[in-house]
Design a protein around this ligand. Structure first.
Ligand code: NAD
Ligand code: DAU
Length: 352
């Protein structure tokens, strides 16, 4: 039986990943270590709460004693690190926690895995540390070209600087100790359980309430969108088949300007919910500081080496996503009560 330490598995991608893995593989054990910050939500894991192959532990990836204890108790084969502060806007107003969790937390996990798997000369067989990273570490693109695995790291936001730093520590452990690692760098994800601070769920939530839709700047910034399950599939494939030490970019060549995404959401909701949801709700607001203009992933390596390909085209994925949010109104109401309201007021007060 393969044993996984999955961190951040109560967040958006992590919870989708844990559910994906339990559906895909019978004989596995997943210990899910998550601090349950504002972005972590046990409700995301409701469908697997009685699954004996999944053990949830509330805790911090920076907590050395706890992580050591988990290694001693379970003897993991794999560590897959999703845990992070993940929102660029929050990193602009409060960068310190991004360094703590994303950099120090990663180094703590690397150290604990090294203690458990390395005897000073050789690594135990079949072990791997997988760092879930992001295309944002490469910086921004002009109108042409794509990020490949050899594009130099050139992060711009405090968030991407912390993720690039974490990647460099993973590579340092690879180069210094020959640690068995992989790094995946994926483009923007969308799908069920995404916290409504991010573009797509925020726009769905606001539009449903006929609130303004705050598009930063001219809305012509480009992101490369991938349905979350396709990202989960890629991580599973890299974990089981990725060549040790390698970086794999993950993306589906689905570049869209933000304004296109917002108009698409309006079009679908106008049809499904009310014609009152229309483009008059769009409000161009103050731009994000240091806003990266364009991201675009070249996924040829993971396609050629591991046979990965995205299964959900955007036109289908966005409808699946909107349907999920419409069917899970209670989830949205719960996550947007309390602290979210304060966050929204603070983040958008000078923009709107
Ligand atoms: P998220 O913010 O939805 O979830 C993060 C999770 O990490 C939450 O459950 C939170 O409680 C947990 N967490 C935070 N700090 C922790 C700590 N110190 N110890 C333990 N748990 C902690 O993020 P997400 O969008 O699901 O992203 C997951 C990972 O994927 C991140 O590493 C992110 O950088 C990366 N990523 C995200 C995207 C995207 O589009 N969302 C794309 C590429 C890569
Ligand atoms: O590229 C991968 C990254 O994608 C991940 O590493 C990050 O964790 C994830 O948050 C995401 O970062 P972005 O900054 O691209 O995602 P966000 O949803 O915050 O914004 C997407 C685009 O939409 C971006 O250009 C900013 C814009 N935007 C966002 C919000 C929240 C708006 O125009 N209005 C908004 O209200």
């Amino acid at each position: 039986m393969k044993k996984y330490l999955v961190t951040g598995g109560a967040g958006f991608i992590g919870s989708n990943f844990v559910m994906y893995m339990l559906k895909k593989h019978d004989d596995i054990l997943i210990v899910n270590l998550d601090k349950l910050t504002y972005a972590g939500n046990l409700e995301n894991l409701k469908s697997i709460e009685n699954d004996k192959r999944h053990i949830f532990v509330q805790g911090d990836i920076c907590d050395k004693n706890l992580v050591r204890k988990l290694f001693a108790e379970y003897g993991f084969d794999y560590v897959i690190n999703f845990a992070a502060e993940s929102h660029v806007d929050r990193s602009i107003t409060n960068p310190e926690i991004f360094v703590t969790t994303n950099v120090l937390g990663t180094v703590n996990l690397l150290q604990c895995a090294k203690e458990a798997w390395y005897d000073g000369e050789k690594w135990a067989e079949g072990k791997k540390y997988l760092q879930v990273s992001t295309d944002e570490v490469y910086g921004a693109l002009g109108e042409t070209g794509f990020f490949t695995e050899t594009t130099p790291l050139n992060p711009h936001s405090p968030y991407s600087a912390s993720k690039a730093s974490a990647d460099m520590y993973v590579q340092a452990f690879r180069d210094t100790y020959k640690m068995p690692v992989n790094i995946t760098r994926c483009s923007n994800n969308y799908g069920p359980y995404q916290f409504p601070e991010k573009l797509i769920p925020l726009m769905i939530n606001n539009a449903k309430q006929l609130k303004s839709l705050p598009v930063y700047g001219d809305g012509m910034q480009i992101r490369d969108w991938l349905y979350v399950e396709d990202h989960c599939k890629a991580i599973d494939m890299v974990c089981s088949g990725g060549k040790l030490g390698e970086v794999y970019n993950v993306g589906g060549h689905n570049e869209r300007p933000n304004i296109f995404i917002v108009k698409k959401i309006i079009e679908i909701l106008s049809d499904k919910v009310s014609p009152e949801i229309n483009e008059s709700l769009i409000k161009h607001v103050e731009d994000r500081k240091g806003h990266d203009r364009r991201y675009g992933i070249d996924p040829e390596k993971i396609k050629n080496d591991l046979g990965w390909y995205p299964e959900t085209p955007f036109e289908k994925g966005i409808v699946l996503t909107i349907n999920w949010y419409l069917e899970n109104e209670e989830w949205m109401n719960r996550v947007t009560s309390g602290a979210y309201r304060d966050y929204y007021k603070e983040m958008y007060k000078n923009r709107m």
